[in-house]
Write a protein that binds this ligand. Structure first.
Ligand SMILES: [Zn+2]
Length: 83
């Protein structure tokens, strides 16, 4: 995939186009979702099914939740997701 491709900033919960940072939107608009790390599993699977690169998916989720890709990865592993 081209390295300069931009990921559309679409909120996974309300499907609205949003400005960065994602997490600020999620935190204010979807506070319950924001608190649930469990959501990462669904997001990751959604992104992969859309054909998004695994590393990029981790990065996007990390950005969405204002955390690091490695934390997302280790959580997904704990949940039995192959990463
Ligand atoms: Zn939203």
């Amino acid at each position: 995939m081209p390295t300069n491709s931009k990921i559309e900033n679409i909120c996974p919960f309300c499907k609205k186009k949003i400005d960065r940072p994602y997490w600020a939107h999620v935190q204010s608009e979807h506070p319950d979702e924001y608190k649930k790390k469990q959501t990462w599993v669904k997001l990751f699977k959604d992104y992969i099914s859309l054909g998004m690169d695994q590393e990029i998916s981790l990065q996007v989720i990390a950005e969405l939740y204002n955390t690091s890709p490695s934390e997302v990865k280790s959580f997904l592993k704990q949940q039995g997701v192959q990463v």
